[in-house]
Each structure stands twice: as structure tokens, then as C-alpha cells.
Design a protein around this ligand. Structure first.
Ligand code: PLP
Length: 383
């Protein structure tokens, strides 16, 4: 691979993706050791990580952090199947693949499900949620995605939380791609559980998720679980009693996350990280628009996580060639996953700074010239 003038700290291509993402060299370096899972050194690191996550969530007084092996979806599945009781019913708010996936999880688990779906570029209407909850008194829980990574849209999580609480129902949040970078303070946004993972805005490696659980709500979940491994009640009970994970912990991931949180706090926590990502987003969108590209979302709905661009209308633009040429230049972007529009995505999270976004824009400019594409204007750009 030709060397890029700008690479990650370890010389790797930059991941302009929503995670797994580019991590710092130090976050990877802390993993070159072995730890005993029952040894005090690891137990201390594990306890600190769980406490720090609660701190980031603003939830130390009210919630507990239950960690879970696996990718983020394992944590979401653990949350849904542990919190929604067998005789419960959940309203799933869908505007992308992660909402759809949550509905599938609940159906497999045999839970009663109803959905409220809007297009990938449309947030749910809070008045509509209120009405659904009034009309269907069987609904006990509501599931919402904070930033729906499919289109990159920011959903109105505070307004959703308020309407769910006013209707005396329970809220379960998938904040996977937002937690740590976008504000969601448990003192302000009322929820029973919130799921996120190690490998998104906290900038560690993949391998574990966690669920921030309201302690009183978790206490009511005994016997709800549909699987042994994803039972949050039991996972928490055993960890509190023994300081141990029930099954082999992802030790290296936890140690890496511990380091990543240290760097996160050095950066100024949610405010610092959120500001860097917002600047990355703004620089990227500005540069892409200068080349004629058009974003799927209007600016007020665009979270600083991942940006969806319409495919250029020029017939000389071939996405696979565009992708491959960017990869050769040291940048890995993300294909589209939308149903509403032919598109591709560029992430702006991970160990990426303004200089990386500017370098990515240069690479896009060069690649467009190599393809003979004059500009990125989509076919539908008449509007
Ligand atoms: C990344 C992500 C997940 C989890 O996906 P995994 O591939 O299982 O890590 C869940 N929800 C959202 C919104 C995400 O962005």
C-alpha cells in the first residue's frame, strides 16, 4: 500500500467508519500483557471502568453499569431481553437498521412488539409517540436509538424520554454510536437502561458492550432473561458478589477501554470529544459540499458521528472504484445502508482530527479527478 502522508499513530489507514474505528497507539499498546481474570490487578481495572462509565453517563447515584461480552448488539439484546418481562410489550421506534434489529431481537425472544417507523432521514414525532402510548395501554417499554448510525440522524432523545416518563412507561436507549460524544446525562434524560460499547466514541477496541441500568429497575428483572449468557440481572448479581464476570471476561478489551477512558477524560470528556467530532463533521461537510456532494440530512439533524452523502449523478462515478482508490490513499470509508437513497457514508469519529479530515478531502478530490468526475452533484440535486 502506498504510504499516505497522514496515517493513524500506528501507520494504518484511517478508518472513516462508525466503529470499529481508529484508536490511539497507547490504547493498543496497553494490551501487550497477560492478566489473570481473578487477580486483583484486573479486578481493580474492571471496577474502575464500570465506575467511570457511570460517571460519563451522569448516573453514579441512580444506575449501575453491567458489562457484557461481545459486540454492541449483544449488549442491546441483553438489555431488551432482560428488561422487557414475558408479559410486557415494547414500542420500538425505527428510523434505520438498528431499530429494525431491535424489533427482530424482541420477536425472536417472543416479546410482544409494536413499531413506529419513520424514514431514515426523519426523526420520530414526539406527539405521535404520546398518542401511541395513550392508545395502547399494554405497552410497558419504549426503545429508542440515540444516533441512528444508518443515516447518521440525531434522534430527539430528551423529548422522547420526557414523553415516555410522562406516560409512566420505561425507556430503553441504544446510545451505541453517541455515548461519550453526545450529551445524554441520566440526571436529565430519564431511562431505565442505556446500551453502548467499547469501540465507538470511547475510542477503544471492539469486544464488549455495557448497559447502564437504573438500579431499582434492574432489581425487578430477575427471571426475565431468555438466555443464560445475556442475563443482565445475573451478570450484575455475580459481579457485585464476587468481583468476577460470570464467564471469561474480554480482559484485553477492558484494559484497553480503561486506557481509552483516561485519554477521554484528558480530552475534556463529553464536551471535549463532542467538540472535536463536531469540528470534524463540519470540516468534512464543508469540503464535500465544495465538490458538489450533497448530504442526506439537513444540518440540524446531522449528528457528528457519520455523514451520509448521495451518490454523484455523473455516470463516470463508480462507488467501488472510488472506495478502492481512497483505500489506496489510506482512507477507509463506509458503503451506504439506506433504503431511502443511493448513498455512501463517511465517519468522523475515532482518533481523527481536523488534519485527517482535510487529508481525506484531498484524497476525495484527487480520486474524483482520477475518475474524471467533475463534481459530486447527485442526480436528484434539482431540489
Ligand atoms: C454500532 C451500533 C450497534 C452495535 O453494532 P455491533 O455491530 O453489534 O457492534 C448498535 N446500535 C447502533 C446505533 C450502532 O451504531
Amino acid at each position: 500500500m502506498p504510504s499516505s502522508p497522514v496515517t493513524s499513530e500506528t501507520g494504518d489507514p484511517l478508518l472513516l467508519t462508525p466503529g470499529p474505528l481508529t484508536t490511539s497507539k497507547s490504547v493498543k499498546e496497553v494490551m501487550v500483557h497477560d492478566w489473570g481474570s481473578r487477580d486483583q490487578t484486573f479486578i481493580t481495572i474492571n471496577r474502575e471502568v464500570r465506575e467511570q462509565i457511570l460517571d460519563v453517563a451522569g448516573a453514579s447515584e441512580t444506575h449501575v453499569c453491567v458489562t457484557m461480552q461481545g459486540s454492541g448488539t449483544f449488549a442491546v439484546e441483553a438489555m431488551l431481553t432482560s428488561f422487557v418481562p414475558k408479559d410486557g410489550k415494547i414500542l420500538i421506534l425505527i428510523n434505520g437498521a438498528y431499530g429494525t434489529r431491535a424489533a427482530k431481537i424482541c420477536k425472536i425472544a417472543g416479546r410482544a412488539v409494536t413499531t413506529y417507523e419513520t424514514a431514515e432521514d426523519i426523526p420520530p414525532n414526539v406527539a405521535e409517540i404520546k398518542k401511541i402510548l395513550e392508545d395502547d395501554t399494554k405497552i410497558t417499554h419504549v426503545f429508542a436509538v440515540h444516533c441512528e448510525t444508518t443515516g447518521g440522524i440525531l434522534n430527539p432523545i430528551k423529548e422522547i424520554a420526557d414523553v415516555v416518563k410522562a406516560a409512566s412507561r420505561r425507556l430503553l436507549v441504544d446510545s451505541m454510536s453517541a455515548f461519550g460524544a453526545l450529551e445524554i446525562d441520566a440526571k436529565d434524560v430519564y431511562y431505565d437502561a442505556l446500551a453502548a460499547s467499547s469501540n465507538k466514541c470511547l475510542e477503544s477496541i471492539p469486544g464488549m458492550g455495557f448497559v447502564v441500568c437504573r438500579e431499582t429497575a434492574l432489581a425487578e428483572t430477575e427471571g426475565n432473561a431468555t438466555t443464560l449468557t445475556l442475563d443482565l440481572f445475573d451478570q450484575h448479581k455475580v459481579m457485585e458478589a464476587t468481583n468476577q464476570w460470570r464467564f471469561t471476561p474480554p480482559i484485553h478489551v477492558i484494559v484497553s477501554l480503561h486506557k481509552a477512558i483516561e485519554e477521554y477524560l484528558e480530552e475534556g470528556g463529553q464536551k471535549g470529544r463532542g467538540a472535536r467530532y463536531a469540528n470534524n463533521r463540519d470540516v468534512l461537510i464543508k469540503g464535500m459540499r465544495e465538490m458538489g456532494f450533497k448530504t442526506l440530512l439537513p444540518d440540524p439533524l446531522q449528528a457528528p458521528i457519520i455523514i451520509t452523502f448521495h451518490m454523484p449523478g455523473d455516470p463516470k462515478f463508480d462507488f467501488q472504484t472510488f472506495y478502492d482508490k481512497l483505500h489506496q490513499k489510506g482512507f477507509i470509508i463506509y458503503p451506504g445502508k439506506l433504503t431511502v437513497a443511493d448513498s455512501f457514508r463517511i465517519g468522523c469519529i475515532g482518533r481523527l482530527y481536523e488534519k485527517h479530515m482535510l487529508a481525506a478531502l484531498n484524497a476525495v478530490r484527487e480520486t474524483m479527478a482520477e475518475l474524471g468526475v467533475a463534481n459530486g452533484t447527485p442526480a436528484i440535486a434539482a431540489e
